[in-house]
Design a binder for this molecule. Structure first.
Ligand code: NAP
Length: 310
């Protein structure tokens, strides 16, 4: 167990966590960020972010996260590149175990964000890294002159497909409905790209291949007609689910795992606050996550002040 008792431990390292850390450290609260081995959250897997204010030409997701991390560290936050393994929120101070060490704190901000959703079809798990992927900016160069499919109809799917056309000869977008939910500006880019073919009203039944992806079996949701598409890669872009498993039990959440908020950023446990995609199923933007991080930090500072004698 570490000797020090931090004022706040922030679990997570996306925009909400790092914004929270900027505010808690500037509020003179000793701050430990348990940031995870793959730190930075979803923006580490994206290319250009065009809608984060202050960057008129856009900013690369990883550059933005690195800048936020440096800013938090400049004000004195300690950044731990370890995964949070367990939390004990029934004791005071609270205990967060990471990298085999127990860290203690007077308050906690849960800012763990959200994890990739998978299709859960046969062949998917087996072929991850051998044609099944979730990050076009990371893996697109492997698909030079190849044929790939992106599954999904949101902004992520549009973005993945666009990135892939820089390398692949052909990109299918397979969507289960007859219209996208993606923003119009993203859809316009897709419809203008001659390398992209949209396969509407279609679900993937299975991903087929021995050592690597060879083809997929798809089914039309209206006619139930089944056919196979030969291709080299499948990028799954069907959204995310809140990364809240280690808080199950003491922290109240809904049946999908989104943490419940009671009055601004407070959870059901006094001294435990929440920020970002782990509780927000509505906006899910980098800028709103950052805003929630700021709010949680201000709530923490108030809580610490109100409980300074305990
Ligand atoms: P999303 O908006 O939730 O879209 C998920 C898509 O996957 C939907 O089209 C959904 O279909 C489909 N889907 C879900 N489960 C499925 C399943 N089991 N099988 C097949 N299809 C399935 O998720 P997202 O695209 O990751 O975007 C999340 C948030 O981040 C959004 O607010 C988005 O605007 C934002 N974002 C922004 C940018 C940007 O501005 N640069 C980039 C990426 C994401 P239905 O439509 O039928 O439900």
């Amino acid at each position: 167990m570490s000797e020090k008792i931090y004022d706040v431990i922030i679990v997570g390292s996306g925009p909400s966590a790092l914004t929270a850390a900027i505010y808690t450290t500037r509020g003179n609260a000793s701050t430990l960020i348990v940031g995870g081995e793959s730190w930075g959250g979803q923006l580490m897997l994206t290319t250009v972010v065009d809608n984060f204010p202050g960057f008129p030409e856009g900013v690369h997701g990883p550059d933005l996260m690195l800048a936020m991390r440096h800013q938090a560290e400049r004000f004195g936050a300690t950044f731990l590149e370890k995964n949070a393994e367990t939390v004990d929120l029934d004791v005071r101070p609270f205990v967060v175990k990471a990298g085999g060490v127990e860290y203690r704190s007077r308050s906690v901000i849960i800012a763990t964000g959200a994890l990739t959703q998978w299709l859960n079809v046969p062949g998917e798990k087996e072929l991850i890294g051998r044609g099944v992927a979730t990050c076009a900016p990371c893996d697109a160069p492997f698909y030079k002159n190849k044929v790939v499919a992106v599954v999904g109809g949101g902004d992520s799917a549009m973005e993945e497909a666009n990135v892939l056309t820089k390398y692949a000869d052909k990109v299918y977008i397979i969507h289960r409905r007859g219209e996208f939910r993606a923003s119009k500006v993203m859809q316009d880019k897709i419809f203008a790209n001659h390398k992209i073919e949209v396969v509407w009203d279609t679900e993937v039944n299975k991903i087929i291949g021995a050592d690597k992806v060879d083809k997929i079996e798809i089914e039309n949701t209206k006619t139930h007609g089944i056919k196979e598409l030969s291709l080299d890669g499948v990028f799954v872009a069907i959204g995310h689910k809140p990364d809240s498993d280690i808080f199950k039990g003491p922290v109240e959440m809904d049946d999908r795992g989104y943490i419940k908020v009671f009055d601004s950023t407070k959870t059901n446990i006094a001294g435990v606050f929440v920020a970002g995609d782990v509780h927000d199923d509505r906006y899910k933007q980098a800028i709103t996550a950052a805003g929630f991080g700021c709010m949680a930090a201000m709530d923490v500072l108030k809580y610490l002040e109100d409980n300074s004698s305990s």
